[in-house]
Design a protein around this ligand. Sequence first.
Ligand code: NAI
Ligand SMILES: Nc1nc(O)c(N)c(N[C@@H]2O[C@H](COP(=O)(O)O)[C@@H](O)[C@H]2O)n1
Length: 220
Amino acid sequence: MKPYVISNVGMTLDGKLATIANDSRISGEEDLKRVHQIRKEVDGIMVGIGTVLKDDPRLTVHKIPAKKEDNPVRIVVDSKLRVPLNARVLNKDAKTIIATTEEINEEKEEKIKKLTEMGVEVIKVGKGKVDLRKLMEELYKRGIKKILLEGGGTLNWGMFKENLVDEVRVFIAPKIFGGKDAPTYVDGEGFKTVDECVKLELKNFYRMDDGIVLEFKVKK
Ligand SMILES: NC(=O)C1=CN([C@@H]2O[C@H](COP(=O)(O)OP(=O)(O)OC[C@H]3O[C@@H](n4cnc5c(N)ncnc54)[C@H](O)[C@@H]3O)[C@@H](O)[C@H]2O)C=CC1
Ligand SMILES: Nc1nc(O)c(N)c(N[C@@H]2O[C@H](COP(=O)(O)O)[C@@H](O)[C@H]2O)n1
């Protein structure tokens, strides 16, 4: 069994999540409130370590009224255990799970010890990179039945490639960032043919701030 996964991003019309200089101010205030409402309704919120290193997010419900108990479990996918011990995602506002690989060396062992002392749970699944399928099973076993996947593009690719995403919600801002190296909604190596690609069914759309929100179900 695996959690139900909703993928959400704020992106530009050309599919970018940030500029080449990592400026990711895409959503307006209303859209951020929409995202925080989803955060409040899920059991877990998941990002890749790239997003933690670049944005230092809190990943809590802080744009709408909420209690500490409303914060979902924060899940960071971090193969090489690069998470800084002072990252905001490790603060006491919510529980945090770090998913890493099974490879262990002295340095990693020491860091796991420190993280555990801080109350962070470390789950080891996969070799080389985190095995996302196994991770989903482990999270489900811990009672995490619904997850908000908040990117970035590398983790989004991993999740789509493994067919682990059930729903897509995107805010599209009327902006164009350009730049072949700017992060996009889904990066990674990409599918070679249209037959292999992820297919979506449009369920809903509406205006939000200066842009539009699109909601899709992933065709299975
Ligand atoms: N506009 C928006 O809604 C959002 C924008 N962003 C932007 O995205 C950028 C960060 O994206 P990325 O650098 O792509 O980092 P990312 O957040 O996708 O993290 C990638 C990391 O995940 C780890 N990982 C481990 N196992 C994996 C697996 N099986 N598959 C995939 N990844 C695995 C790897 O260590 C990899 O380096 C930042 O510029 C951030 O601002 C991020 C989230 C939302
Ligand atoms: N939905 C959305 N729209 C944008 O314009 C964004 N830049 C993001 N970024 C995501 O939100 C995280 C920030 O979370 P906190 O406010 O610090 O809790 C950031 O890391 C991205 O995951 N999202």
